[in-house]
Ligand binder design. Sequence first.
Ligand SMILES: [Zn+2]
Length: 248
Amino acid sequence: MAAGLDNAGQFITLKAVPRPREELARHGVDPCGPVAGVQVCLATPITSDDYVAGQRWRDATVRGCPWHRQGGCGFSRHGTYPRVRPPGALIACWYCPLERRTVSALPDCLASHYSGTLVDLEAMVLAVERARSLPAAVDALRTDIELPGALRYLRRLCQAVHDALGIVRGLQPARFAGVPLTLQGFAAALPGCLSGLVALRALASQYLSLLPTPLGFDPARQNAAGLSPAFQHRMGPDPPLAILDAPA
Ligand SMILES: [Zn+2]
Protein backbone atom coordinates (compact mmCIF):
# COMPACT_ATOMS: atom_id res chain seq x y z
CA MET A 1 0.00 0.00 0.00
CA ALA A 2 1.16 3.50 -0.73
CA ALA A 3 0.03 6.79 0.71
CA GLY A 4 0.71 10.48 0.37
CA LEU A 5 -0.71 13.94 0.00
CA ASP A 6 -2.18 15.17 -3.22
CA ASN A 7 -1.83 18.70 -4.56
CA ALA A 8 -4.73 19.85 -2.42
CA GLY A 9 -3.22 18.32 0.69
CA GLN A 10 -5.74 15.50 0.76
CA PHE A 11 -4.49 12.23 2.15
CA ILE A 12 -4.31 9.52 -0.46
CA THR A 13 -3.87 5.82 0.06
CA LEU A 14 -3.48 3.44 -2.83
CA LYS A 15 -3.05 -0.29 -2.85
CA ALA A 16 -0.26 -1.45 -5.09
CA VAL A 17 -0.93 -3.29 -8.32
CA PRO A 18 1.65 -6.10 -8.40
CA ARG A 19 4.54 -5.23 -10.69
CA PRO A 20 8.15 -6.42 -10.87
CA ARG A 21 10.91 -4.54 -9.05
CA GLU A 22 9.13 -1.27 -8.46
CA GLU A 23 6.55 -0.39 -5.85
CA LEU A 24 3.57 1.66 -6.70
CA ALA A 25 4.13 5.35 -6.09
CA ARG A 26 3.43 7.14 -2.92
CA HIS A 27 1.28 9.68 -4.58
CA GLY A 28 1.28 13.40 -4.23
CA VAL A 29 3.67 16.29 -4.31
CA ASP A 30 7.10 15.51 -2.97
CA PRO A 31 8.98 18.20 -1.07
CA CYS A 32 11.75 17.76 -3.65
CA GLY A 33 14.31 19.92 -2.04
CA PRO A 34 14.83 23.42 -0.87
CA VAL A 35 12.34 26.05 -1.97
CA ALA A 36 15.06 28.24 -3.46
CA GLY A 37 16.62 25.35 -5.31
CA VAL A 38 16.57 24.15 -8.87
CA GLN A 39 16.90 20.67 -10.25
CA VAL A 40 19.29 19.33 -12.83
CA CYS A 41 19.21 15.87 -14.28
CA LEU A 42 21.64 13.35 -12.89
CA ALA A 43 22.37 11.41 -16.03
CA THR A 44 22.24 7.75 -15.19
CA PRO A 45 20.35 4.71 -16.45
CA ILE A 46 20.27 3.01 -13.04
CA THR A 47 17.01 2.02 -11.42
CA SER A 48 15.70 3.53 -8.21
CA ASP A 49 16.46 0.24 -6.44
CA ASP A 50 20.10 0.45 -7.46
CA TYR A 51 20.26 4.16 -6.67
CA VAL A 52 19.07 3.53 -3.11
CA ALA A 53 20.93 0.25 -2.52
CA GLY A 54 24.19 1.75 -3.72
CA GLN A 55 23.62 5.11 -2.02
CA ARG A 56 24.61 6.57 -5.36
CA TRP A 57 23.90 10.16 -4.33
CA ARG A 58 27.35 9.90 -2.75
CA ASP A 59 28.80 9.52 -6.24
CA ALA A 60 26.92 12.41 -7.84
CA THR A 61 28.98 15.22 -9.30
CA VAL A 62 27.82 18.54 -10.72
CA ARG A 63 30.24 19.99 -13.24
CA GLY A 64 30.39 23.53 -11.93
CA CYS A 65 27.88 26.19 -11.03
CA PRO A 66 24.95 26.54 -13.44
CA TRP A 67 24.95 30.32 -13.03
CA HIS A 68 28.71 30.92 -13.07
CA ARG A 69 30.28 28.61 -15.58
CA GLN A 70 33.56 30.47 -15.25
CA GLY A 71 33.77 29.38 -11.59
CA GLY A 72 35.02 31.41 -8.67
CA CYS A 73 31.64 31.71 -6.96
CA GLY A 74 32.28 29.20 -4.19
CA PHE A 75 29.87 26.62 -5.60
CA SER A 76 30.18 23.55 -3.41
CA ARG A 77 28.47 20.41 -2.15
CA HIS A 78 25.62 21.17 0.23
CA GLY A 79 24.58 17.87 1.73
CA THR A 80 21.47 15.93 0.80
CA TYR A 81 17.72 15.92 1.35
CA PRO A 82 15.49 12.86 1.64
CA ARG A 83 12.79 11.79 -0.77
CA VAL A 84 9.52 10.55 0.65
CA ARG A 85 9.70 7.73 -1.86
CA PRO A 86 11.43 5.57 -2.70
CA PRO A 87 12.28 4.99 0.98
CA GLY A 88 15.90 5.68 1.78
CA ALA A 89 16.56 7.78 -1.29
CA LEU A 90 18.57 10.95 -0.78
CA ILE A 91 19.19 13.70 -3.31
CA ALA A 92 22.60 15.36 -3.51
CA CYS A 93 22.64 19.15 -3.33
CA TRP A 94 25.08 21.97 -4.09
CA TYR A 95 24.99 25.65 -3.17
CA CYS A 96 26.06 28.82 -4.92
CA PRO A 97 26.71 31.55 -2.33
CA LEU A 98 26.56 34.30 -4.97
CA GLU A 99 23.21 33.16 -6.40
CA ARG A 100 22.07 32.03 -2.97
CA ARG A 101 20.35 29.03 -4.49
CA THR A 102 20.78 25.32 -4.24
CA VAL A 103 21.09 22.81 -7.07
CA SER A 104 19.79 19.28 -6.61
CA ALA A 105 20.75 16.41 -8.90
CA LEU A 106 17.69 14.27 -9.63
CA PRO A 107 18.51 10.84 -11.06
CA ASP A 108 16.61 9.97 -14.21
CA CYS A 109 14.63 7.23 -12.48
CA LEU A 110 12.87 9.59 -10.03
CA ALA A 111 9.86 11.80 -10.67
CA SER A 112 10.25 15.55 -10.36
CA HIS A 113 8.02 17.20 -7.75
CA TYR A 114 5.96 14.03 -7.35
CA SER A 115 6.70 11.27 -4.91
CA GLY A 116 8.00 8.03 -6.27
CA THR A 117 9.65 6.98 -9.48
CA LEU A 118 8.84 7.65 -13.10
CA VAL A 119 8.06 3.95 -13.40
CA ASP A 120 5.48 4.30 -10.63
CA LEU A 121 3.76 7.20 -12.31
CA GLU A 122 3.95 5.60 -15.74
CA ALA A 123 2.00 2.64 -14.40
CA MET A 124 -0.69 5.04 -13.20
CA VAL A 125 -0.98 6.83 -16.52
CA LEU A 126 -1.01 3.59 -18.51
CA ALA A 127 -3.76 2.26 -16.28
CA VAL A 128 -5.85 5.32 -17.08
CA GLU A 129 -5.14 5.11 -20.79
CA ARG A 130 -6.16 1.45 -20.89
CA ALA A 131 -9.29 1.86 -18.79
CA ARG A 132 -12.67 2.55 -20.32
CA SER A 133 -12.99 5.62 -18.11
CA LEU A 134 -11.15 7.50 -15.37
CA PRO A 135 -13.43 6.12 -12.63
CA ALA A 136 -12.82 2.65 -14.02
CA ALA A 137 -9.08 3.25 -13.76
CA VAL A 138 -9.44 4.34 -10.15
CA ASP A 139 -11.40 1.19 -9.47
CA ALA A 140 -8.76 -0.95 -11.18
CA LEU A 141 -6.06 0.71 -9.09
CA ARG A 142 -8.04 -0.17 -5.97
CA THR A 143 -7.92 3.35 -4.60
CA ASP A 144 -8.75 3.51 -0.91
CA ILE A 145 -9.53 7.20 -0.84
CA GLU A 146 -12.72 8.86 -1.83
CA LEU A 147 -13.32 8.88 -5.54
CA PRO A 148 -13.10 12.68 -6.07
CA GLY A 149 -9.59 12.89 -4.65
CA ALA A 150 -8.32 9.98 -6.70
CA LEU A 151 -9.95 11.33 -9.85
CA ARG A 152 -8.38 14.73 -9.27
CA TYR A 153 -4.94 13.31 -8.72
CA LEU A 154 -5.00 11.00 -11.74
CA ARG A 155 -6.50 13.66 -13.98
CA ARG A 156 -3.74 16.12 -13.09
CA LEU A 157 -1.02 13.51 -13.47
CA CYS A 158 -2.25 12.37 -16.87
CA GLN A 159 -2.64 15.95 -18.06
CA ALA A 160 0.91 16.80 -17.00
CA VAL A 161 2.37 13.72 -18.66
CA HIS A 162 0.41 14.14 -21.87
CA ASP A 163 1.34 17.84 -22.01
CA ALA A 164 4.98 16.84 -21.70
CA LEU A 165 4.58 14.30 -24.50
CA GLY A 166 3.14 16.99 -26.74
CA ILE A 167 6.12 19.26 -26.08
CA VAL A 168 8.59 16.45 -26.71
CA ARG A 169 6.85 15.56 -29.97
CA GLY A 170 7.06 19.18 -31.08
CA LEU A 171 10.72 19.44 -30.15
CA GLN A 172 11.70 16.15 -31.78
CA PRO A 173 9.38 15.85 -34.80
CA ALA A 174 11.78 13.66 -36.75
CA ARG A 175 11.42 10.99 -34.11
CA PHE A 176 7.88 11.41 -32.84
CA ALA A 177 5.82 12.97 -35.65
CA GLY A 178 2.55 11.10 -35.91
CA VAL A 179 2.97 9.35 -32.57
CA PRO A 180 -0.27 9.52 -30.54
CA LEU A 181 -0.02 11.70 -27.44
CA THR A 182 -0.29 8.79 -25.08
CA LEU A 183 2.29 6.88 -23.12
CA GLN A 184 1.21 3.79 -24.99
CA GLY A 185 1.95 5.57 -28.25
CA PHE A 186 5.35 6.77 -27.12
CA ALA A 187 6.21 3.37 -25.70
CA ALA A 188 5.54 1.88 -29.10
CA ALA A 189 7.85 4.48 -30.61
CA LEU A 190 10.58 3.56 -28.11
CA PRO A 191 10.93 -0.19 -28.60
CA GLY A 192 13.13 -1.98 -26.13
CA CYS A 193 12.75 0.64 -23.39
CA LEU A 194 11.57 -0.70 -20.05
CA SER A 195 9.99 2.65 -19.19
CA GLY A 196 8.80 5.25 -21.65
CA LEU A 197 9.10 8.09 -19.14
CA VAL A 198 12.62 7.13 -18.08
CA ALA A 199 13.65 6.88 -21.72
CA LEU A 200 12.10 10.27 -22.44
CA ARG A 201 13.87 11.84 -19.44
CA ALA A 202 17.12 10.91 -21.16
CA LEU A 203 16.04 11.68 -24.72
CA ALA A 204 14.65 15.09 -23.80
CA SER A 205 17.36 16.02 -21.34
CA GLN A 206 18.08 19.27 -23.20
CA TYR A 207 14.52 20.40 -22.60
CA LEU A 208 13.74 19.33 -19.06
CA SER A 209 13.45 22.92 -17.90
CA LEU A 210 10.69 23.36 -20.50
CA LEU A 211 8.68 20.27 -19.57
CA PRO A 212 6.09 20.01 -16.81
CA THR A 213 6.67 17.73 -13.87
CA PRO A 214 6.93 14.81 -13.24
CA LEU A 215 8.95 14.31 -16.46
CA GLY A 216 10.47 17.79 -16.55
CA PHE A 217 11.64 20.19 -13.89
CA ASP A 218 8.86 22.75 -13.47
CA PRO A 219 9.47 25.50 -16.06
CA ALA A 220 8.25 28.28 -13.78
CA ARG A 221 10.73 27.43 -11.06
CA GLN A 222 13.64 26.87 -13.42
CA ASN A 223 12.98 30.08 -15.31
CA ALA A 224 12.61 32.06 -12.10
CA ALA A 225 16.04 30.82 -11.12
CA GLY A 226 17.52 31.99 -14.41
CA LEU A 227 18.40 28.50 -15.65
CA SER A 228 18.23 28.18 -19.42
CA PRO A 229 17.62 24.87 -21.19
CA ALA A 230 21.31 24.84 -22.15
CA PHE A 231 22.20 24.02 -18.56
CA GLN A 232 20.29 20.79 -18.80
CA HIS A 233 22.33 19.46 -21.71
CA ARG A 234 23.20 15.82 -21.75
CA MET A 235 23.49 15.15 -25.45
CA GLY A 236 25.31 17.08 -28.13
CA PRO A 237 28.58 18.89 -27.61
CA ASP A 238 28.00 19.70 -23.95
CA PRO A 239 28.47 16.99 -21.31
CA PRO A 240 25.70 16.44 -18.77
CA LEU A 241 25.79 18.91 -15.92
CA ALA A 242 25.39 16.19 -13.28
CA ILE A 243 26.88 12.73 -13.58
CA LEU A 244 27.47 9.67 -11.46
CA ASP A 245 31.07 8.80 -10.78
CA ALA A 246 32.06 5.17 -10.37
CA PRO A 247 31.30 3.88 -6.86
CA ALA A 248 34.17 4.52 -4.47
ZN1 LIG B 1 27.73 30.14 -8.72
